[in-house]
Write a new protein. Sequence first.
Length: 185
Amino acid sequence: MTTTMPDYDAIQSALGDLRIPISAAELHGALSGCLCAGAELTPRNWLAYALTDAELDGQAESDAVLAAFFDAVSEQLAGDVMDFEFDLLLPDDDKPVSERGPAMVDWCQGFLGGFGVVPTPTQPLSDEADEALQDLAKIAASDLNYEDSDADEEALIEVCEYIRVAAVLLYNERVVNRRARQRLN
């Protein structure tokens, strides 16, 4: 059974109801980062873990939107990589690039934070995965400007695709490959 991903605005509203002052994009990045780093999260603890705030323990479990959000992101990452189900949660494509670009930066910042809270395994990242993580850090530190809307739109699409592939690469390396190594031992 595939859980439907709640839309950006519904997640943003749920965050507002809980008085959590981050964007839905940053939350998606944080959860994705935790999962890609190999955190074993539950519907009860994921929000507190991803945002490193123990007071949030259990808060997402009682919110239908955030519960569906957790299930959908977990399923997307655990699915077949070739299905291309995993995607960044950003404002809708009909929103201007000047709104989606900063959300992309928020997503990367959230991802790095989520990835960083998970204890590092003894197996180091491959050079390719390490480079992808460094690239995400560069994007997270970006200061975007918008001068040519057509070129900006095209660049945003390309960068988002790179970010998506980088996240899936990190998930495969930290989670899928680790599970395969454990089965061999």
